[in-house]
Design a protein around this ligand. Structure first.
Ligand SMILES: *Cc1c(COP(=O)(O)O)cnc(C)c1O
Length: 390
């Protein structure tokens, strides 16, 4: 069979390491820190990188390689590296590519820890950033400086589920010879493949929908072989590698990514549609609701709307607290992309480090609720949220 014709779901299941002499059906766990050499010449040639083989699990490990291989196929990427967390992927990728004096042009609505990285840590290595507004992509070019090297963005955004036009970003990056890095965590490669639209590198927190069951932390970056080689050089020295155990979990989880994400999206759309008419909320946002301001763009670049629905409870902070205290079945937690539905209050948790003004700039009010819609029966999810809103 021609590998290029094999569908997403089939690749996710059928991509696996070569069987060992035991002819196992499911891939074994290579829980080993190092690998042995045949002889002195093998050892020399391996370290000289004349051979493509495992040496030490900080550099590569069979379980990580299988996970990377799957994500590369899913994203249409040439090469990748797997990290111990999503933030390890974000930090190592950017640190590998940026030099002292460089400038990053980033969307304002980004993951809280990524924002902290730009504002609290990069300045000490003389790496600066500026933020563009996500609904003003036409201002990006005027913000490019001679030292700008990277354009960085997430879509859909967290927790506002705003959508950025990837095709537009791809064109701007290409025209200005900048590296486009997209955090594709909210969409997963099943719903959206940024490389098709011109992204050079794609980052994921594997902790979210890729694992899908809230068990392990993981991250991955995939993209062009040339850029990934720089990321690999940096990472094999600095040591953010994913543990083989977590890689094994992740690779297994990817076998069911499509079927899980389909159901997440089906449930999320049903919940968003239900909430749209509810008398106790001010607004609801979900990329695949017709009322979403970027509905057409979402339809163009995504297969479905994802697992996150945002809405605002009427009555501000007090009503918000009452809503959270009334939730019975669903989880109050800060994670997302879990099989369990999770209800989060961004203003007091994930985005509490931002000032009220900074929160307003990324669309988070005191009453904003983020729901990561899980895989429970939709009737039970809606019932719990309805009684809490009542
Ligand atoms: C969670 C998340 C991250 C960070 O991932 P960790 O695995 O928690 O380190 C980065 N970007 C986005 C969009 C996320 O949701």
């Amino acid at each position: 069979m021609n590998k290029n014709n094999i569908k997403f779901e089939t690749n996710a299941i059928r991509t696996q390491l070569k069987r060992s002499e035991n002819l196992e059906h499911s891939v074994p766990l290579y829980l080993t820190s190092s690998f042995v050499f045949e002889d002195a010449e093998d050892m020399r040639a391996s370290f000289a990188e004349e051979k493509d083989r495992n040496i030490y699990s900080r550099y590569s490990n069979p379980n990580s390689s299988e996970f990377i291989d799957k994500v590369c196929q899913m994203e249409g990427a040439e090469s990748g590296f797997a990290f111990a967390s999503g933030m390890a992927a974000v930090f190592s990728t950017l640190a590998a590519l940026l030099d002292s004096g460089d400038h990053v042009l980033s969307a304002r609505s980004i993951f809280g820890s990524t924002h902290s990285l730009f504002t609290n840590f990069f300045p000490k290595w003389n790496i600066s950033h500026s933020y563009f507004k996500i609904d003003e992509l036409d201002t990006i070019e005027s913000m490019i400086t001679p030292t700008t090297k990277i354009i960085y963005a997430e879509t859909p955004t967290n927790p506002g589920v705003d959508v950025l036009d990837l095709e537009e970003l791809g064109k701007i990056a290409k025209k200005n010879n900048l590296i486009l890095v997209i955090d594709n965590c909210f969409a997963t490669p099943y719903l959206q493949q940024p490389i098709k639209f011109g992204a050079d590198l794609v980052i994921h927190s594997g902790t979210k929908l890729m694992d899908g069951q809230g068990r392990v932390l993981a991250g991955i970056t995939v993209g062009s072989a040339e850029l990934m080689n720089k990321v690999y050089r940096f990472s094999r020295i600095t040591g953010p590698a994913l543990s083989p155990f977590n890689a094994w979990i992740l690779s297994k989880s990817l076998e069911t990514l499509a079927i899980r994400v389909d159901r997440h999206c089906e449930n999320a759309l049903k919940l968003a549609e239900f909430l749209e008419g509810h008398e106790n909320i001010n607004w609801v946002k979900y990329p695949f609701l017709k009322s979403h301001p970027k509905y057409e763009i979402a339809k163009k670049q995504m297969k479905a709307g994802g697992c996150v629905v945002a809405f605002e409870v009427k009555g501000g902070l007090d009503a918000g607290r009452e809503f959270f205290d009334s939730i019975k079945l669903l989880s109050l937690s800060a994670n997302l992309g879990d099989s369990r539905t999770i209800v989060t209050h961004p203003a007091s948790t994930t985005h509490s480090k931002l000032s009220v003004k900074e929160r307003a700039a990324v669309g988070i009010s005191d009453g904003t609720v983020r729901i990561s819609v899980g895989l429970e029966h939709i009737d039970d999810i809606i019932a719990d949220i309805t009684q809490a809103l009542g």
